[in-house]
Each structure stands twice: as structure tokens, then as C-alpha cells.
Write a protein that binds this ligand. Structure first.
Ligand SMILES: Cc1cc2nc3c(=O)[nH]c(=O)nc-3n(C[C@H](O)[C@H](O)[C@H](O)COP(=O)(O)O)c2cc1C
Length: 404
């Protein structure tokens, strides 16, 4: 194959990548390495979006265990008979998963109960990514309440002057590794990179996610697991390649009990969280853990916990905070991104801002978000924009000025 053929193929794959993946690829300057990375991502996406990978992931383990049973049979036939039960059981589970979730031959499930009685802290703490959905559509009542939540939160003050959008679509988009999702919110920011708009997406969409959690619905943020080509074709004229960038999507629906084995393992693996002392600090170098139960900050204890349980892309947990007492009765919390990811780390920080603000509202603690200069934050040395941690925004207690 010629060089230009390789280039053409890489260009086609590159055009189908999401904004975040393109951003990673764009950091690679060596042409051959860049082409290799694009092709690698292309293969990964092809496998992911067949919709079969989540069922077939345990198959190599099953085969390995059968081979081991065969070898064991040559040495200890009686033990091998018992050992062979393990891969057989795994195989039975895989077949059950395929029949119930891929072919969707299964008993109907009831509508989940609403969580109307829960306070916002319990909702933020107990929300979990839902990666398997019932096939029934949302009831009119739920859909209406969801759309009202979107309209309400989109009207709130924003960090950016640019418009963000949350487009509602009904379509069986292929997403990884989630199964049977039929309803999505597609988060769209301006095509020209605007970090504040990406923060707004995180903050706004998380508030909608907590509202749907209150309604008893399941949700799952999807960034790298979304097939951007199919999202664009479903959006059709609601998406303009020259003006819009898809930042992420969020699946929303009724959680299903039928969940493929691989997804159960995935859910468990990607749910652990760093301790508070690795997330909250009292100095800008992020070396001294903040005394979150000390006299100044104790009233915000549940807000710290709600940030800790915020979702982040593949559970990267990229947000950090620095807490400072700026006056006798006034506090400031600075939100930073710990990685250079321009999209998902900014979304994650926006999600923290949402949880922090919802927590403060619940506690009746007034305050507002502001983007401060280094001088306003008491930092004398000028900071390089690429320096980590990357400062995004501050929350100031008893502050009534609007964000911006
Ligand atoms: C911006 C963003 C992108 C995400 N992308 C994906 C994804 O592509 N696929 C997926 O299964 N989960 C995705 N997640 C969900 C995270 O994996 C999940 O929030 C994290 O593992 C923590 O688990 P929990 O939500 O159950 O607490 C994403 C989350 C965020 C905030």
C-alpha cells in the first residue's frame, strides 16, 4: 500500500474522532507515530462499536480455563472434572447475557421507584453510572420532567459567554460498553475551543443527571465510548460541523437488572474513589491535605464528599481543590484540573462545581463562582497556561457577584 493510501485512511478515521481524541492525537508531532495512533484508535473504535465486545470479553478466559482443564485431565482426571465446571459456568453466563441483553429475550421489568424522598447529598453519593437499560421508552411524565430540568439548568449563570446545548435524542446509539440505551442528551459546545464552555457542560449536565437520579432514572456519561459519527448522523441538521463540537453524551433510561458479566466487572472496577486527603489541599502545590473536618471547613463536610463521588471519564478523578480561609467568616475553594486533558478534565471540574453548588444550596451556605487572576488568588509568580495543576475557577462563600 502506498503512503498516500495510509494517509487517506488515517484522515478518514481522524475525521470520525471526537474532540477529545483529536486533541490527544494532535499532540503527537511525529507523522508516523501520529498515523499509528490514529489507526490504533480506529481499530479500538471498530471493536467497541460492533456492540458484541462487551459479551465476548470473557471468552478468552473461558478458552484458557478449558485448555487448563484439558491439561489437568492428563495428570489428575478427577480434579479436572471439577475444574471444568468453572469455564462451563462462565460460558453459561455469557450465553444468558447474549440472550437477555443482546437478543433482548427476557421477562419485563418494573419501573424503578422514585428517589423523591432523598436529600441532594444522598442523590449525589448514591448515583452510579447505569450501563444496562430496560428496553421500554421513557414515560411522557419522565420525559417532560427531564426536558424541564434541561431548560431550567441551561438558564443558570454560566462561566462562558458562548452558548452550550443539550440536544435530546431517541436512538439506539452504539456506545461503549453500555447496552440497550435508547435516550440521550448530547452535550454540544462551540467548535472553537472554549474551556469555560466545557466547564459549563459539566456543571449543567450534572445538575440534570442529579434531577433524573431523583426521578429514579439511571444515567451514564459517555465520552470516549461514543461513536461520534453515529451521534452526528442522528443529530442531522441539529449539528453543524463548522460551529459545533460534541463534548460528550449522557444515556438516560430505566436501569435493567439484566447486565452482562463484563459490565458488572467494569462497574465495580471503575467506582472506587481517592480519599479526601488526595483531593483537597490547603496549598497551591497540592502537597498539604486540607483539614476538611477542621473548624473552618467542617460545615462543608458533605460538599467535600459529594465532589469526591462525582463521576469522571473512566474514573480518572482529575479534579483537585484548594481551600483557603480568606477572612474570619469567609472561605474560598479553588478548583483545579490535575491533568492536561482539555475536554474531559474540564468536564470533570464542571461536575465538581455542580455538586459543590448543589451541596451549598442544600446547606443554605451562600456563595458564588468566579474566575480569579493569579494576583487575586495571592500567587505572585505568573503561571504558564500549560502548567499543572490547571486553575479553573473559585467558589467564594458569602459572595453574591455573578460568575464570569
Ligand atoms: C466526561 C465523562 C466521560 C465518560 N465516558 C464514559 C464512557 O465513555 N464509557 C463509560 O462506560 N463510562 C464513561 N463515564 C463514566 C465513568 O466511567 C464513571 O463516572 C466512573 O467510572 C465512576 O463511576 P460511577 O459513575 O459509577 O460513580 C464517563 C464519565 C464522564 C464524567
Amino acid at each position: 500500500m502506498t503512503n498516500s493510501h495510509h494517509n487517506r485512511k488515517s484522515d478518514i478515521i481522524y475525521a470520525a474522532l471526537g474532540a477529545n481524541e483529536r486533541d490527544i492525537v494532535d499532540k503527537i508531532k511525529l507523522p508516523w507515530l501520529r498515523r499509528f495512533l490514529i489507526r490504533f484508535v480506529g481499530v479500538k473504535l471498530r471493536l467497541q462499536f460492533t456492540g458484541w465486545l462487551q459479551y465476548l470479553m470473557p471468552v478468552p478466559i473461558v478458552l484458557g480455563l478449558y485448555i487448563m482443564s484439558g491439561l489437568l485431565y492428563l495428570l489428575l482426571p478427577s480434579v479436572a472434572t471439577i475444574f471444568v465446571l468453572l469455564p462451563t459456568l462462565l460460558l453459561a453466563i455469557i450465553l444468558f447475557d447474549i440472550v437477555t441483553t443482546r437478543l433482548r429475550i427476557r421477562l419485563p421489568e418494573p419501573l424503578p421507584k422514585s428517589n423523591e424522598e432523598s436529600d441532594v447529598f444522598s442523590l449525589m453519593r448514591n448515583r452510579r453510572s447505569c450501563r444496562s437499560y430496560q428496553t421500554r421508552p421513557l414515560t411522557d411524565e419522565h420525559e417532560q420532567a427531564l426536558l424541564e430540568s434541561v431548560t431550567r439548568h441551561l438558564k443558570e449563570p454560566k462561566f462562558s459567554e458562548s452558548n452550550i446545548r443539550l440536544e435530546w435524542v431517541h436512538a439506539p446509539l452504539t456506545i461503549w460498553p453500555v447496552v440497550n440505551a435508547r435516550h440521550f442528551l448530547i452535550a454540544i459546545a462551540p467548535a472553537k475551543y472554549d474551556r469555560k464552555a466545557v466547564l459549563d457542560i459539566g456543571k449543567t449536565l450534572q445538575k440534570v443527571v442529579i434531577d433524573v437520579t431523583r426521578m429514579g432514572l439511571g444515567s451514564c456519561w459517555i465520552g470516549p465510548g461514543a461513536d461520534h459519527n453515529s451521534v452526528k448522523s442522528v443529530l442531522n441538521e441539529r449539528f453543524d460541523e463548522n460551529k459545533d463540537a460534541i463534548i460528550c453524551v449522557c444515556a438516560i433510561g430505566y436501569k435493567s437488572w439484566y447486565t452482562p458479566l463484563f459490565i458488572r466487572i467494569f462497574n465495580a472496577q471503575f467506582h472506587k474513589r481517592l480519599p479526601l486527603e488526595s483531593l483537597f489541599f490547603s496549598d497551591n502545590d497540592l502537597t498539604q491535605p486540607l483539614k476538611t473536618t477542621g473548624e473552618s471547613f467542617i460545615q462543608y463536610e458533605r460538599c467535600f464528599e459529594s465532589c469526591q463521588w462525582s463521576p469522571s471519564s473512566y474514573n480518572g478523578q482529575t479534579t483537585r481543590c484548594v481551600g483557603t480561609q480568606i477572612a474570619d467568616d469567609q472561605l474560598r475553594v479553588d478548583f483545579y484540573a490535575a491533568t492536561s486533558s482539555r475536554y474531559y478534565a474540564a468536564v470533570a471540574t464542571g461536575i465538581w462545581c455542580a455538586n459543590w453548588e448543589m451541596g451549598c444550596d442544600e446547606l443554605g451556605q451562600g456563595g458564588s463562582f468566579r474566575i480569579l487572576s493569579t494576583t487575586e488568588r495571592g500567587i505572585s509568580a505568573p503561571q504558564n497556561v500549560n502548567e499543572l495543576p490547571h486553575y479553573d475557577v473559585s467558589w467564594i462563600s458569602k459572595d453574591t457577584l455573578p460568575a464570569g
